[in-house]
Design a protein around this ligand. Structure first.
Ligand code: AMP
Ligand code: ZN
Length: 430
C-alpha cells in the first residue's frame, strides 16, 4: 500500500478517466437536480461533453435565497438527515440539505484532505471552528474521526480553555480561522505560553476566510507550525472542496466531487487555465441538494501544471478576495486582501486590523486601524510616526489611494473568534 494517499485510485486517476467520471456524475446530477422545484424543466436531459455545461445558466446566491427553504431540495424528506447553513452575514442565510450518502462523501473528502497533509491516526486534532450550523466544525470533525485521529471538539472561542486543551491532551493538529489564530497568539503571550516551546503542534488547517501569504507565514512563525490552506463554501458542503498538499503550492480541488469552472465575473465567459476569475462549482455527487454552476464570488485561478505529489486533481491559487468584497473608494477598486498583504509584510504590525470606509463632506474616506506590536506602541513617538508614514506609502503604492492610518494598541480592536469582520462600510448606513 502507498501510504501517501488516502484513496490512491481516485487521487491519482488518469486525467482522461477523471474527465469521464465527471461527465458520468454530471449527467446523474442533472437528472437528480430536475426533481427539485428550482431546476425542474430548466436542465438538459444529458450532456455529451463537459464543455456543454456552458449551455446551462448559472445558479447564484440569490437563487438560493429565493428558493429558501426547500426549493432546491431534490431528495424526499425521509432521505434528508442533516442541514447546514451559510454564515448569512450578507443577508438571509442559505440552507443546504444532505442525505446519508452526502454526509458520507463529505466525510471521505475531509479524511482524504487531512491525510494528504500528513495527519495520521496517532495525531490529536483540536477543532477550533464553530460547531453548529456552520460547516467548519462538524465537517472536519467527521473527517478526523474517519481518519482515526483523536478528535477534540473544542469549537471556537474561550481562548484560555483552548490553550489548556492543547497542553493537557498534547494537541498536534488544529483547525482555526487565520484571524482567530492571530488573536489566540496574543492570549498565548498574556499567559506566558510559547507554543513552540510548550506545545506539540505540528499542523494547522487555516480557512473559512481570505488571508494573505504573509498572514500564513506569520502564523507559521508564531506557532512553529506547518499551515495548510483549506477552502470550501457551505453551498459545496463546506470545507473539503480544495486543500493544500505537502507541496503547499496551490490547493487540489476534489474533482471527483466538484466540477470547477473559472469565469469572467463581468461577462460570464469561461476563462482559460491560469487566468484569474470567479470560481464556479457544480456538485457531482450530492443527492439532497445538487447545485449546478454555482457562482461562488471567490476569485482565483487554476494552475496549468500538474502537482509533483502525483495527484491529478487540478490546483487553484489562494483566494484573492470575493467579487462582493470589492470596495470602490473615490472610484478606485480595492480588495481588503490588498491591504492585508501590505500589512502582514511589516514586522512592527501586530495581529489585528480593521478597515473603515465612510463619507465625509460627500467624499469617500478610508481609515485603517492597525494594532502594532506592544514594544512599538509603547516606544518613541517619532518611531510610531515613521511607521505610520511607511505604512501609508506602502498602501498607496499597492492600492493607489492614501488611507488615513491609525496605529492602535495591541488587543484594542474587536477580536475574531471565527470569521473576522475586516471591513466596516459606514457609507451603506447613510
Ligand atoms: P461559508 O459558506 O459561510 O462557509 O463561507 C464560504 C466562503 O468563505 C467562501 O466562499 C470564501 O469566500 C471563504 N473561504 C473559505 N475558505 C477560504 C480560504 N481557504 N481562503 C479564502 N477564503 C475562504
Ligand atoms: Zn499536490
Amino acid at each position: 500500500m502507498d501510504d501517501r494517499y488516502w484513496d490512491k485510485d481516485i487521487e491519482t486517476m488518469q486525467r482522461a478517466d477523471l474527465d469521464q467520471l465527471q461527465l458520468k456524475r454530471l449527467n446523474e446530477t442533472l437528472k437528480r437536480a430536475s426533481r427539485s422545484r428550482f431546476y425542474e424543466g430548466k436542465l438538459p436531459e444529458r450532456l455529451k461533453s463537459l464543455e456543454a455545461i456552458k449551455e446551462i445558466p448559472f445558479t447564484t446566491k440569490n437563487n438560493l435565497r429565493e428558493s429558501f427553504p426547500k426549493g432546491m431540495v431534490a431528495a424526499p424528506q425521509e432521505e434528508l438527515i442533516r442541514l447546514h447553513s451559510s454564515s448569512g452575514t450578507t443577508g438571509r442565510a442559505t440552507v443546504i440539505y444532505h442525505t446519508r450518502n452526502d454526509i458520507d462523501n463529505w466525510t471521505e473528502l475531509l479524511a482524504r484532505s487531512m491525510y494528504m497533509t500528513g495527519v495520521r491516526p496517532y495525531d490529536v486534532f483540536q477543532n477550533m471552528m464553530g460547531y453548529g450550523l456552520f460547516t467548519g466544525g462538524l465537517g472536519l470533525h467527521y473527517g478526523s474521526e474517519r481518519l482515526g485521529a483523536l478528535t477534540i471538539p473544542a469549537s471556537s472561542g474561550n481562548s484560555k480553555r483552548q490553550i489548556m486543551l492543547m497542553k493537557d491532551f498534547g494537541t498536534t493538529v488544529i483547525h482555526i480561522t487565520p484571524s482567530y489564530a492571530l488573536h489566540l497568539h496574543t492570549i498565548f503571550e498574556e499567559e506566558g505560553v510559547d507554543p513552540k516551546r510548550d506545545l506539540n503542534l505540528r499542523i494547522a488547517f487555516l480557512g473559512a476566510e481570505p488571508y494573505s501569504d504573509g498572514t500564513k507565514r506569520k502564523i507559521e512563525h508564531l506557532y512553529g507550525i506547518n499551515v495548510f490552506n483549506s477552502y470550501g463554501l457551505s453551498e459545496m458542503n463546506g470545507p473539503g472542496v480544495a486543500f493544500e498538499c505537502t507541496h503547499k503550492d496551490g490547493m487540489h480541488v476534489w474533482e471527483d466531487n466538484f466540477f470547477l469552472e473559472v469565469i469572467d465575473p463581468e461577462t460570464g465567459g469561461t476563462l482559460e487555465e491560469g487566468e484569474e476569475g470567479e470560481l464556479v462549482f457544480t456538485t457531482l455527487r450530492r443527492e439532497g441538494m445538487p447545485i449546478i454552476r454555482y457562482r461562488s464570488c471567490d476569485i482565483g485561478a487554476v494552475y496549468k501544471k500538474r502537482c509533483p505529489c502525483g495527484r491529478t486533481h487540478r490546483r487553484i491559487t489562494r483566494i484573492k478576495g470575493r467579487t462582493d468584497d470589492m470596495l470602490i473608494i473615490k472610484g478606485v477598486n480595492i480588495y481588503p486582501m490588498q491591504v492585508e498583504k501590505v500589512l502582514m509584510d511589516i514586522s512592527e504590525v501586530g495581529n489585528n486590523y480593521l478597515i473603515e470606509v465612510d463619507t465625509v463632506d460627500y467624499l469617500d474616506t478610508l481609515i485603517i486601524k492597525i494594532e502594532v506590536r506592544p514594544e512599538i506602541f509603547h516606544g518613541s513617538i517619532q518611531e510610531l510616526e515613521n511607521l505610520r508614514r511607511r505604512i501609508t506609502e506602502a498602501l498607496r503604492t499597492e492600492t493607489l489611494i492614501s488611507p488615513k492610518i491609525h496605529l492602535v494598541e495591541p488587543n484594542s480592536l474587536p477580536p475574531s473568534e471565527g470569521k473576522a469582520v475586516r471591513v466596516v462600510d459606514k457609507r451603506e448606513k447613510r
